[in-house]
Design a binder for this molecule. Structure first.
Ligand SMILES: [Zn+2]
Length: 442
């Protein structure tokens, strides 16, 4: 089985050839733990979870190393902790726990390892010292800055040339920067900083820049050269570009990641998701409304991973209906086939999710359990799936049970009355041979 991936670095769909098929290595930028995971974060995590599952199927579970980090030191974290008057430690511990809970609800597998930035400060300092020694970085007023001009290849991922970057840089340039594009590797602590975000370094007390965190953690667990680096398309510039510059600057002759995979962004009803627009949706918001995690996951997987995804009520309702259809079909099949070739074929073609989902719907039901497993769905017992209360507050289960009792007593008039009452609420019943019924929304 050959996997093809669209490589942002070459702008081509390429055959995936790992450096070592006995240890296929993937790094994905994880969350900055200062807030609840929103749907844009969830999309990225779910997309790479599917890629992780395909790699495991093709190369064997033991032969894939997937690293997704936790960024627990960052300016946004400091600001959020200060705003809530809690310690950085308390904030990041809580947010990390919530992130894990939300991702578990979306049936996301844990990565092989989930390193925390604060536990890798030494590795970051080592890298920064090497960059200074290689004249790729310089110290200025307690900051250490990466010298973009020292890397002629800078811009190769985002395809931006340095002159273009300069003229486009409208942000205020701090006086200590030699070049407006130079970025921070280490910054000095502020007097009021919480001690859990202050670290000793050869340049004084301070904290690392965000970009160096990913370079240090990917090298630590995957070595200087590895196979796949993933993340949202919004991270391509400057974050991923800077990761390449730092890693290749530290280890001359290395290439860092071979394949760069970027998932598309997520909009809500055609607009960018933002707190100021009031359309900011977290995973928790939906779970609290009674939306099943699996429905959210399925909705996130309906669009090709590298295309924009527009979130809407309709997308979510359609996802629920389609999963109901698949679970109904699954409940009618006792024999389950192990053949997942159709779905793996679709996913090996640059993770073609729409084709994979179509393959599920084309299946008569006997392959759904295993096929769904490749996408991380359809693993529940159908009876469990169809159980539950309706968001409108009607006790559907109660009515379904009352109708079953009526049918047993051959009280057909009462059974029909309940069926019609439910139909008026938009709920359809489907009788099964054993006398029980499934219900679904029209
Ligand atoms: Zn990163």
């Amino acid at each position: 089985m050959t996997i093809y991936l669209y490589n942002t670095l070459t702008r081509k769909k390429e055959e995936f050839i790992p450096e070592d098929a006995n240890n296929v290595r993937m790094y994905v930028c994880g969350p900055t733990v200062y807030d609840r995971a929103h749907l844009g974060n969830a999309r990225s995590v779910v997309v790479y979870d599917v890629l992780f599952r395909i790699l495991q199927l093709v190369y064997g579970t033991k032969h894939v190393t997937y690293i997704r980090n936790i960024t627990d030191v960052d300016d946004k974290i400091n600001a959020a902790a200060k705003a809530q008057s809690i310690t950085i430690q308390a904030l990041t511990a809580q947010m990390t726990q919530w992130f894990h809970g939300d991702m578990q609800a979306l049936n996301v597998l844990p990565p092989t390892k989930e390193p925390k930035a604060t536990e890798h400060i030494k590795q970051m300092i080592d890298m920064i010292e090497k960059l200074i020694a290689h004249k790729k970085a310089y110290v200025a007023k307690g900051n250490v800055l990466f010298s973009v001009k020292a890397m002629p290849e800078y811009g190769k991922l985002s395809r931006r040339v340095q002159e273009e970057l300069e003229s486009g840089a409208r942000i205020k340039v701090e006086g200590y920067k030699k070049d407006p594009n130079d970025f921070v590797l280490w910054k000095p602590a502020d007097a009021e900083d919480d001690s859990s975000s202050v670290f000793d370094s050869p340049w004084g007390k301070g904290r690392p820049g965000w970009h160096i965190e990913c370079s240090a953690m990917s090298t630590q667990y995957l070595s200087q050269n590895f196979d796949i680096h993933g993340g949202g398309s919004d991270l391509m510039f400057p974050h991923h570009e800077n990761e390449i510059a730092q890693s290749c600057g530290t280890y001359p002759g290395s290439h860092f990641a071979r394949y760069w995979v970027h998932n598309g962004f997520l909009t809500v009803n055609g607009e960018k998701m933002s707190k100021s627009l009031g359309n900011f949706i977290t995973v928790k918001d939906l779970l609290d409304k009674g939306v099943k995690g699996e429905v959210i996951r399925y909705a996130l997987l309906k669009t090709k991973y590298n295309e924009p995804l527009d979130w809407s009520e309709k997308l979510l309702n359609d996802a629920k209906k389609e999963l109901d259809t698949l679970y109904r079909r699954l409940s009618k099949q006792e024999q389950q086939s192990d053949d997942v070739s159709e779905i793996v074929n679709a996913l090996s073609q640059d993770m073609n999710l729409p084709v994979a989902i179509s393959a599920l719907h084309a299946n008569p039901g006997n392959g759904l359990r295993k096929m769904g497993g490749v996408l991380g769905i359809l693993q529940q017992d159908p009876d469990t799936w169809f159980k539950g209360t309706d968001s409108s507050g009607i006790d559907i289960e109660g009515l379904v049970n009352a109708r079953r009792t009526a049918k047993k007593a051959k009280n057909w008039a009462e059974a029909d009355r309940i069926r019609n009452a439910l139909k008026q609420q938009g709920i359809l019943l489907e009788d099964r041979p054993d006398g029980t019924s499934n219900w679904r929304r029209e």
